[in-house]
Write a protein that binds this ligand. Sequence first.
Ligand SMILES: *Cc1c(COP(=O)(O)O)cnc(C)c1O
Length: 242
Amino acid sequence: MAQSTISNNLVQLGCRIHDACLKYGRDPAGVRLLAVSKTMAEDRIADAIAAGQHDFGENYLQEALPKIHNVNDPAVIWHYIGAIQSNKTRDIAGQFAWVHTVSRLRIAARLSAQRPHHLPPLKVLVQVNVSGESTKEGVDPDAAANLVGDMLTLPRLEIAGLMTIGAAGADFTRQREAFRRLAGLRAAIAARYGDDLPGFTELSMGMSADMEAAIAEGATWLRIGTAIFGPRTQQQTTRETL
Ligand SMILES: *Cc1c(COP(=O)(O)O)cnc(C)c1O
């Protein structure tokens, strides 16, 4: 895709986000855009950077590491948004600023222990399976507060909020219901831990197909791939299911 297409897509997306913020009474400054660049080549990432995008999300570590190395731009902030195997935590802790997909204490403990000392604490979000689909990653909503409580002892993590993946194919009302549950859970956990959990403010929710519902329910990070970079190819889509 040509540079102008990606920059046009980013402009259009900015309008779509802005319109939804107006409609649902959100301050646009409180809704940040994470460009999901999985399966996209480095030249496309460079085009998005040239158009002013700074935050990028990657799902597959072995794909992300060479991209981070080659893009080599200190202004870019990398977010890990994929499933986490325990033998991958050292690279994730060393190469990313944010991790949106923590759902087990053992993984959280490894990320904390392996976060390099010259870097600030790793910002982490706890992934919650609000829709209850058995195929999805994420902690059960009932178990999320206790997981966050256990993570409070981990010195090299900054526990920043919650993340979820919306219900696939749901209509607007059901999309909003799932996101509202995540927002309610965030508020309940923040209230429960109070001063022990400062800055538990982030809600990573909403993708290309359900971003308006997420904005309506308080999303602070939208994770958007297709609406920026265009559709992923068949071969690439297959990899997502691995
Ligand atoms: C791929 C992916 C996205 C982006 O999805 P689009 O529909 O392309 O916007 C967001 N979040 C996660 C976790 C993903 O894997």
